[in-house]
Design a protein around this ligand. Structure first.
Ligand code: 4AZ
Length: 297
């Protein structure tokens, strides 16, 4: 689901809560209004600012995944969330993207840049969806889930995760990057076919809690500034940092929610992937323990 009608009519509402109701169903079920956001009617304005970002060349983010509703239409119209390759057989995304969905309803494509280009990247079926055991619909925290793929994606370097419990990577003011095929326009729905990226500053927990009462600093991190943010359709995708002298990038966040997009005083909220509590509590379910073993955590 891209732009929820609830979001359009009630801009102060937290977007993720609205989305939790039917991430995929909005696209798979009927051709409801929400799916129309990415129909051929979308004008495509590549020069417009994700919000405030730029287009990226093919191959720039090999670990990036798109979540697609299974079907025969153009993948651009079927994309509803982002994700990232964590292991050859595991894609990480947001819980609100996939909660309540059946693996058969989705597929994922890893390493594609232009959604409509079917020859780009690696398409995989999903055999299992593992939602964090503490994620509760209608609430915001623990917004993380894992897709188990039918076949591993080999020859692609997965994204790195921070060592759990080391918060050095989320120092306020540090520069991170968020990528996706989400809405690029704060006024009208505009979903790009080519991936976009924007650099966003990490925002302090204090500032973030002031904007969002449901914010949990143990498992969340905020980023963004007026004009630069993730938006609808970017959910589940990665926010990451490039570290000097280190190969690859480190994913510090998963796009989770926000109050609108790119507005002053309303940074984007991310699931914090370096959170010790997030990974510890994943072990509270049998499925979560399985994922931890798969990831060697
Ligand atoms: C969403 O609804 C969404 N500005 C994603 C990111 C943000 C807001 C909403 C952050 O998917």
């Amino acid at each position: 689901m891209r732009l929820s009608p609830a979001h359009r009519t009630a801009p102060r509402r937290i977007a993720a809560a609205a989305i939790a109701a039917g991430a995929v169903l909005g696209l798979v079920g009927t051709s409801a209004g929400t799916a129309g956001a990415a129909t051929p009617a979308h004008p495509g304005r590549p020069d417009k600012p994700i919000i405030g970002g730029t287009e990226k060349p093919v191959g720039a983010y090999p670990f990036m995944a798109a979540l697609l509703a299974k079907g025969r239409g153009n993948p651009h119209d079927r994309q509803f969330c982002g994700g990232s390759l964590l292991e050859p057989g595991v894609v990480m995304t947001a819980a609100h993207c996939v909660v309540g969905e059946q693996p058969k309803q989705l597929e994922t494509v890893v390493g594609r840049t232009v959604l409509s280009k079917k020859n780009q990247g690696h398409v995989r079926n999903v055999t299992d969806i593992v939602v964090h055991p503490r994620y509760a619909r209608g609430q915001e925290a623990y917004d993380i889930a894992f897709l188990i793929l039918d076949k591993p994606v080999t020859g692609t370097a997965p994204v790195n995760l921070p060592t759990a419990g080391t918060d050095a990577l989320i120092r306020p003011g540090a520069k991170a990057t968020v990528i996706g095929w989400g809405n690029t326009d704060t006024e009208v729905p505009n979903y790009p076919d080519r991936i976009r990226a924007v650099d966003v500053p990490i925002v302090s927990h204090i500032e973030c809690k002031a904007s969002y009462p449901g914010y949990d600093k143990k498992v969340n991190v905020c980023a963004g500034v007026e004009g630069k943010d993730s938006c609808q359709g970017d959910s589940g995708g990665p926010m990451f940092r490039k570290l000097p002298g280190r190969r690859g990038v480190y994913q510090v966040g998963i796009v989770s929610y926000g109050d609108g997009c790119a507005a002053q005083g309303a940074p984007g909220v991310y699931t914090y992937t370096g959170s010790a509590k997030l990974w510890d509590t994943l072990g509270e379910s049998a499925q979560g323990r399985k994922v931890k073993r798969l990831l060697g955590r």
